[in-house]
Design a protein around this ligand. Structure first.
Ligand SMILES: Nc1ncnc2c1ncn2[C@@H]1O[C@H](COP(=O)(O)OP(=O)(O)OP(=O)(O)O)[C@@H](O)[C@H]1O
Ligand SMILES: [Mg+2]
Length: 155
């Protein structure tokens, strides 16, 4: 599934829509250059789950943020991670796919550590806005994308 996000509001709104369709245990992997809009999409997603918008920040330096919503949201950023051992240090495997929703920015840094099933979202600059492409890894996420296609109106 490909969508055009004409401005930052569209990115946040699209994230919000995705957030409404996810369930506890789901994993979302975000890929895209610096400043693509990954954190903003995550903000939309987390607020859809009842997280206070002010609580959502970029985990670039903290590596992981945890937010309280209707379910627990774990927001990772692999950008600054140098080695897999650092993932072990923060207990990534215990968190990823556990109760709550896991979102990972710069997930491509450690592809081998990702679960076998997740929703992949790639964002890239496109004219004045952004293009987002969603790919399902696994049947559950194919169903999420099918539902998203039915409810997404593009504005
Ligand atoms: N659809 C869009 N059109 C234009 N600008 C956008 C769009 N979506 C997001 N932006 C802008 O992109 C900028 C970067 O957003 P954000 O911090 O979410 O990026 P990021 O991908 O998380 O970056 P990083 O890799 O540094 O974590 C923000 O200024 C935001 O307003
Ligand atoms: Mg970010």
């Amino acid at each position: 599934m490909k969508v055009y996000l004409k401005n930052p509001q569209a990115t946040e709104k699209f994230g919000h829509l995705i957030g409404q369709l996810l369930q506890s245990g789901d994993v979302v992997c975000l890929t895209g250059d610096l400043g693509a809009g990954k954190t903003l999409l995550c903000k939309g997603l987390a607020t859809a789950r009842g997280v206070d918008a002010m609580a959502i920040t970029s985990p670039t330096f903290t590596i992981m943020n945890i937010y309280d919503g209707d379910t627990n949201i774990r927001h990772f950023d692999f950008y600054r991670l140098q080695s897999e051992e650092e993932l072990d240090d923060i207990g990534f495997d215990e968190y990823c796919g556990g109760t709550g929703i896991t979102i990972i920015e710069w997930a491509e840094q450690f592809v081998e550590r990702l679960p076998s099933e997740y929703l992949q979202i790639s964002i890239r600059r496109d004219g004045e806005g952004r293009s987002a492409e969603l790919v399902a890894k696994g049947q559950h996420y194919s169903e999420v994308i099918e539902t998203l296609k039915n409810v997404y109106t593009g504005n």
